[in-house]
Design a protein around this ligand. Structure first.
Ligand code: ATP
Ligand code: MG
Length: 371
């Protein structure tokens, strides 16, 4: 993980930190943090501010930097500034992403989350809606075939006489737009998940909704209706690889969103998350799994990321009595072959395939981390 330099910090700056009781008992400060904005701090971050709660992420303001010129001495004293944006237990949010999101949400702009698969985009949006008390409308664009699908679906039912009748049924998006004008005190967050997976022509139907005209064509009333200010849109796109693949959305459509890049949570945060969810598994095995996953994600040969769902699935296998009773490396290898390599094209034992390349990376890391 990146380490901050003293030169990056100045008195008055506001950063995010999580404090724990200061292990130095003779210190005049009761609380200590080791990280600022998710990066290792160059000196101990200390405070006795009674408004700070141990273990709860918060925003702090730098009061003094003692001995900035010395790398082995000094400390950074901070004071409470406010709660961390969208702090929710069990969810890791990159401090910069959280900060940018807060600005975008306050300004009402459409947001586009761009990140590899299983990097927490959906979790992030759910968290946001919960934290901000917004009504969440989750819409899977992958299921859209035609433009009108965003707002209404056609259902055929039998009438009393038995002859078929066609009904228009409003989608949750249209319902949310209608309820938002009736309840101006509520805020609605419409999440267009997997926006890149619906056909281009269907996405075009969203354009008037996303630009400054903010209106949609109501297919049942056959007229354009305005979108009230208390409706905000967030979309997510999933790139095959964070470096190479494009997600095939045209520039004019993209330009209607404020893009925000999301990435996999840092290794140590993924270890913490998995340890919380699988307390029976020892730290070393979780650390090895995460090291393998990180190496696969960073591999230039592999065009796709490796979801946090994969590390989670590996932990589920390893904590099951059928597996946990077995000792040795073999069980870990087996689980990685299926949960990690199995997510790539080909097979783990075919070195010319992506799965084979993933297995190659995994074997190297497993050798390096074997005690
Ligand atoms: N930052 C995170 N904090 C907590 N859990 C996370 C985080 N990132 C990923 N996860 C875990 O990984 C799983 C996948 O996350 P999520 O569904 O949000 O990913 P996604 O980016 O929306 O994936 P996709 O692109 O496939 O839709 C979640 O169930 C969650 O448990
Ligand atoms: Mg998702």
């Amino acid at each position: 993980m990146a380490k901050l330099d003293v030169g990056d910090l100045k008195v008055g700056q506001v950063l995010q930190a999580t404090f724990w009781p200061n292990p130095k008992e003779d210190s005049r400060f009761t609380l200590r943090a080791t990280h600022l904005d998710g990066q290792r701090a160059p000196k101990a971050v200390l405070t006795s501010d009674p408004k700070i709660v141990a273990g709860a992420p918060c925003m702090v303001r730098i009061v003094t930097i003692e001995k900035p010129e010395r790398s082995d001495h000094g400390y950074i004293e901070v004071a409470y500034e406010g709660p961390a944006p969208f702090a929710i237990e069990g969810i890791y949010l990159d401090p910069w992403v959280a900060r940018k999101l807060q600005v975008l949400l306050e300004s009402g702009l459409n947001i586009l989350l761009d990140g590899p698969q299983g990097s927490g985009k959906s979790v992030l949006v759910r968290t946001l809606a919960e934290t901000l008390g917004m009504e969440l409308v989750f819409y899977n664009c992958g299921a859209v075939i035609e433009a009108s699908d965003f707002f209404a679906t056609i259902q055929v039912r039998a009438s009393e006489s038995g002859s078929p009748v066609t009904d228009f049924v409003k989608t949750e998006i249209l319902e949310a737009i209608e309820s938002a004008s009736e309840s101006p005190d509520k805020r609605y967050l419409v999440f267009l998940d997997e926006l890149n997976r619906c056909p281009e022509t269907a996405r075009n139907a969203l354009m008037p909704m996303l630009d400054s005209f903010r209106r949609v064509y109501h297919p049942i009333e056959a007229r354009f209706v305005p979108i009230p200010d208390n409706v905000q849109f967030v979309a997510a796109v999933n790139r095959g690889s964070s470096f190479t693949a494009t997600f095939g959305i045209d520039a004019a459509q993209l330009d209607r969103f404020a893009p925000l890049q999301v990435d996999y949570l840092p290794g140590e945060e993924e270890v913490k998350l998995l340890r919380r969810r699988h307390p029976d598994l020892g730290r070393p095995v979780i650390e090895r799994l995460v090291s393998v996953a990180s190496a696969i994600r960073q591999s230039d040969e592999l065009m796709r990321g490796l979801s946090v769902r994969a590390t989670e699935e590996a932990c589920i296998y390893l904590s099951h009595p059928l597996m946990s009773a077995m000792s040795g490396e073999a069980v870990l290898h087996e689980v990685i072959k299926s949960s990690f390599c199995g997510r790539f094209e080909g097979r783990w034992d075919d070195p010319t395939s992506e799965a084979g390349a993933a297995w190659h990376v995994a074997q190297r890391v497993l050798r390096e981390t074997k005690d």
